[in-house]
Write a protein that binds this ligand. Structure first.
Ligand code: DGT
Ligand code: CA
Ligand code: CA
Ligand code: ZN
Length: 575
């Protein structure tokens, strides 16, 4: 059944198509008003059941009928009729800023342009030149509008955005002199995907830097340019906003542009109660007119009488209240991490050798790490059979001590469809650590998947459930199971849940980590590296742990080795 928000969206769709179809202003704006009403109403299904649908302001017989159809079928006759006249893809064309209903209708009726791809093709082959009122300037605007539309459709995964941000910052560092340069926005908050990149820079000569940035060879278009601001689009429409202000405002500027909007709203509400107004230009005392500027971000929170809120916690949930009471937890830091339990080498599907992985982990300063190649199942040939696993263990013993690190012998073992594991218990018992993951048979039903994961937790040899939901950013949403039931089982059995730092996984997702923690679950932050270069993915996992407000007590690989081994042994002995 459609939610109010979804129904409001459909009503607006009808409104837009009606305008294109040449309906009167009075008729189509009625749908607009109805959409606004719906957004602020109680659930429409309930209102309808109570016979109160038509009592809503602005919902008459015909709009009421459309809403009932939407509730029943997800569609409406009014919408179907309009789609006899226009293809559904025309909404893409309308999504391009600068193209209104009249123009879109004209493009469709006179030129057969009914989708974004048609429009791009028509612009590319010059077909639109010479149409009355469509000057070259308009076409240029449309081109930008197309890029922006595509950019909005698509949020960029964190790891990719971080890479691009570092490239842009490297370019800026090679330019005119500046004081400080950092990324802010959703990127700094470690959101799993970001809409755009926000860079914050302080310098005496702002103009020199904004101009320099606009000249970056990767800048496909400059979409905003001012004395203290430049926004560019990369070739694929991905936007980077750069702000440059004097250094004494750095703290205010960074706090403002880190967001989230919801967090800033709560901060400002609190400030106003204290007679203060917070903005990127400082903190204004409304009574005295004095402005406090902060060279450091911590100064902003201190001036408001609250704990510093780490960027990853600025979600607008409960962090402002906690910070005011001084109850904000101290999230785990990268420096707290002592090891990494999840990595593959050339013995299974990794790119670098066992020795190279051990050396690289030692070079990262870890006290310990685990080599966790795949078990033999997975319907493919690269997993280790029990004999190979024994050989690998012997090899680790041989290497042992050559590097300044303790290498644990582990395995990433497949959880079979019935919840049993891909190795027998005798094999598992030889390992220091066991990660159990689902790599096959995603399509069992929810109850079966829940039972499968609980059974894996109940195996005394399973230390960690690897990438627990299976979700892939920009792809698979993850298999379905009863989260609470599995979290309860993990807590009860002393099984850790993994926060897998692979760029496209970031699994368990932070909101579920928060929830799991309430059950008393422990976690690991792992790289799931398939080569030396991926070991840095552990940092992404730590970022997600921070978003979930985990502390170093929550995270097994932030513990000393003897505590880690005791954690493993406790579960094995209890069974
Ligand atoms: P994104 O880019 O969609 O992943 O999310 P954000 O949070 O990075 O949003 P963005 O890039 O629009 O703005 C960055 C931060 O700057 C945002 O979290 C709060 C602040 N900000 C930007 N524009 C406004 C505004 O118009 N009003 C307020 N209050 N804050 C703004
Ligand atoms: Ca942003
Ligand atoms: Ca932005
Ligand atoms: Zn793995």
């Amino acid at each position: 059944m459609l939610s109010n928000a979804q129904i409001a969206k459909k009503l607006l769709e009808i409104r837009t198509l009606m305008e294109m179809a040449g309906e009167t202003f009075y008729k189509y704006t009625a749908f607009e008003r109805a959409a606004a009403t719906v957004e602020n109403a109680a659930p429409l299904a309930d209102l309808r059941a109570a016979g109160e649908l038509l009592a809503l302001p602005g919902i008459g017989k015909s709009i009421g009928a459309a809403i009932e159809q939407l509730l029943d079928t997800g569609g409406a006759d009014a919408l179907d009729e309009l789609y006899q006249q226009f293809p559904p893809t025309i909404l893409e064309v309308l999504g391009v800023s600068g193209i209104g209903a009249k123009t879109a209708a004209m493009l469709w009726k006179e030129h057969g342009i009914g989708a974004l791809a048609d429009l791009e093709a028509a612009i590319a082959d010059g077909r639109l030149a010479g149409i009355p009122r469509l000057g070259p300037k308009t076409i240029e605007n449309w081109k930008r509008g197309i890029l922006a539309y595509k950019g909005r459709l698509h949020r960029t995964p964190l790891a990719k955005a971080l890479r691009i941000a570092h490239e842009a910052m490297a370019y800026l560092r090679a330019g005119p002199p500046h004081d400080r340069l950092v990324y802010a926005g959703s990127l700094r908050r470690q959101e799993v995907t970001v809409g755009d990149i926000d860079l914050v820079c302080t310098a005496n000569d702002a103009r020199a830097i904004t101009t320099y940035f606009a000249r970056w060879e990767r800048a496909h278009a400059v979409v905003a340019e001012g004395p203290t601001k430049t926004s560019i689009w990369l070739e694929d429409g991905f936007q980077i906003d750069l702000r440059v202000l004097p250094d004494h405002l750095y703290g205010n500027l960074l706090q403002h542009f880190t967001g989230s909007r919801e967090h800033n709203v709560k901060v400002r509400e609190h400030a106003v109660r204290k007679g203060l107004r917070v903005s990127e230009n400082g903190i204004l005392n409304l009574e005295s007119g004095d402005v406090t500027t902060c060279a450091h971000e911590a100064g902003v929170y201190a001036a408001l009488g609250m704990q510093f809120v780490p960027p990853e916690l600025r979600s607008g949930l409960d962090e402002v209240d906690l910070a005011l009471r001084g109850e904000l937890p101290e999230p785990i830091e990268l420096a707290d991490v002592r090891g990494d339990f999840h990595m593959h080498c050339t013995w299974s599907d990794g790119r670098d050798s066992l020795e190279e992985m051990i050396a690289a982990c030692a070079a990262r300063g870890y006290a310990y790490h685990a080599i966790s190649d795949h078990s033999w199942g997975r319907g493919s040939t690269y997993g280790l059979d029990p004999q190979r696993l024994r050989e690998q263990r012997a090899r680790v013993t041989e290497i042992g001590g050559r590097f300044n690190i303790r290498t644990l012998c582990a395995s990433e073992v497949d959880i079979l469809p019935d919840g049993t594991l891909d190795y027998d218990d005798e094999v598992l018992a030889q390992l220091d650590i066991v990660i159990a993951s689902i790599h096959t048979a995603f399509n069992v039903d929810r109850d079966a998947m829940t039972a499968r994961l609980i059974r894996a937790c109940e195996n005394p040899f399973v230390t960690i459930i690897g990438h627990p939901t299976g979700r892939m950013l920009e792809g698979f949403a993850g298999y379905e199971f009863d989260y609470d039931a599995v979290f309860a089982a993990a807590a009860r059995t002393g099984t850790a849940l993994e926060i897998d730092g692979q760029a496209m996984r970031l699994d368990l997702p932070a909101p579920l980590v928060r929830r799991a923690k309430q059950f008393g679950v422990r976690f690991t932050t792992d790289s799931d590296a398939h080569g030396i270069a991926d070991l840095a993915n552990l940092e992404l996992a730590v970022g997600q742990a921070r978003r979930a407000a985990l502390t170093k007590e929550d995270i097994v690989n932030a513990w000393p080795l003897d505590e880690v081994l005791a954690f493993v042994a406790r579960k094995r002995n209890c069974a």
